[in-house]
Design a binder for this molecule. Structure first.
Ligand code: GLY
Ligand code: MN
Ligand code: MN
Length: 424
């Protein structure tokens, strides 16, 4: 299924609702590798530019919009050397050399500068913010073509996780698992990984953005946390699974896993049209604190523990974010809102109302993180809210996260990544 960019731009121009302001959207520039070489770093066109043009390989490209005359795409002129060395082909549009005249003919009008800013653009910050927010909001519900790409990326992701299963055993290194997983993604049709693969064994399962190491080896009974997804034509899947090396968890690990799995299932079910994202976040926090109270790790009433932000000891991140065109697609605030200043919401990546067509991650997790659990201030503040001896006993256990990608619909949410194997 192809994406029709001209009709997408028409739809977006109606949503931007401009009368006199003009808009530029910069693709960004290719950067040389930081060494003496003629090679360039991989070029990634800015998300806003790519969304509006579909041009992945137009370094320096600029899209212009004037509500009085419509859209115009300024593209780099492909040279003979580009054709010889890179097999480049000329993109449709006006050559970039015509951009200064286009701008000069509109001088004095307010300018919104989206994408990667142009040094020469004299943008109005308030107009830029307003237009960027309007675009973000208008493009948040996914089109069928975008969903088709996400589904294909989900299939490639499932292929990788399936290929990984025989390697979830004692003696395997994080790096070996990464190799098997990513090979499965690529065999399944991925063009890239959606982000740097995260794999942590044992205590490292609680390192949120931990890079896989050839030197960390799973021991029998270690948690193995894998947060990785495939990318296909810029569309990304963001999934986490937590396994146990050798498949034999302790009773405590099983309870911890069940606590996260329950919060995950309930969080997924809450992803309905009209739902407040913050309610889903706090709902998961209360669910998981309730389980920690049942396990004897925390003490007190779950709702009031969450009101005191005590959940941040074991669940110090948000419930998720939008995903699709990049691992952090859209997200942000509902139009007209400002960031909620509560410390416990610092890592919540969005504060908005879910709508049919949104694609979001749901990723509750519980972790034993020494840096948080050994902090004297927290120990004092939550002296009576935690069984500190039990927390200490498990402080090298790592953690559990389960993450899936949900499509909000007019009815029940659809889990796009349900086929990816779970531990138990
Ligand atoms: N993969 C990083 C995240 O879940 O946000
Ligand atoms: Mn993730
Ligand atoms: Mn995520």
């Amino acid at each position: 299924m192809t994406i029709d960019h001209p009709s997408r731009r028409e739809r977006m121009s109606r949503a931007l609702n401009l009368t006199d302001e003009i808009v530029l959207v910069g693709a960004g520039h290719a950067l040389p590798k930081p060494e003496i070489s003629d090679a360039m770093l991989p070029f990634i066109a800015h998300q806003e530019y790519y969304y509006l043009t579909g041009h992945a390989g137009a370094p320096g490209g600029v899209l212009g919009f004037d509500p009085k005359s419509g859209w115009v795409s300024f593209v780099p002129e492909v040279t003979e050397m580009d054709r010889v060395w890179d097999g480049a082909e000329q993109l449709p549009g006006e050559f970039l050399s015509r951009l200064p005249a286009w701008l000069a003919a509109r001088s004095g009008r307010r300018l919104a500068m989206l994408g990667v800013p142009l040094a020469e653009a004299n943008a109005d910050p308030a107009t830029t913010t307003r237009v960027r927010e309007a675009l973000r909001h208008a493009r948040a519900p996914k089109e069928p073509g975008e969903l088709a790409l996400m589904r294909r990326a989900a299939v490639a992701t499932a292929d990788g996780y399936t290929a990984l299963q025989p390697f979830l055993v004692p003696g395997v290194s994080e790096r070996r698992m990464q190799v098997e997983l990513e090979a499965g993604f690529f065999r399944g049709g991925a063009t890239k990984t959606g982000y740097d693969t995260i794999i942590g064994v044992g205590a490292h399962a609680a390192v949120f953005h931990g890079a896989p190491s050839p030197d960390r080896i799973a021991r029998a009974g270690d948690f193995i946390l894998v947060d990785a997804g495939a990318e296909l034509d810029r569309y990304v899947i963001d999934v986490t699974r937590t396994y146990v090396a050798g498949g034999q968890p302790s009773a405590f690990q099983r309870d911890l896993y069940a606590a996260v799995k329950n919060a995950h299932a309930r969080g997924c079910a809450r992803c309905v049209d009209g739902a407040e994202w913050k309610d889903i976040h706090f709902g998961a926090a209360i669910d998981m604190v309730g389980s920690l109270v049942d396990m004897g790790v925390m003490k007190g009433n779950p709702t009031s523990l969450v009101e005191q932000e005590a959940h941040m000891l074991f669940y110090p991140h948000g419930i998720g974010h939008m995903v699709g065109l990049g691992v952090r697609d859209g997200s942000g605030l509902e139009p007209g809102r400002t960031k909620d200043p509560r410390p416990c919401l610092r890592s919540l990546r969005m504060d908005l109302i879910l709508r049919a067509g949104h694609t979001v991650t749901i990723e509750p997790g519980l972790y034993f993180i020494p840096a948080l659990l050994n902090d004297p201030g927290r120990r004092e503040k939550y002296r009576d809210s935690v069984n500190w001896a039990l927390a200490e006993e498990h402080q090298h256990l790592g953690g559990v996260r389960i993450e899936d990608n949900l499509l909000v619909t007019d009815g029940a949410p659809l889990n796009l990544t349900a086929a990816i194997p779970q531990a138990f």
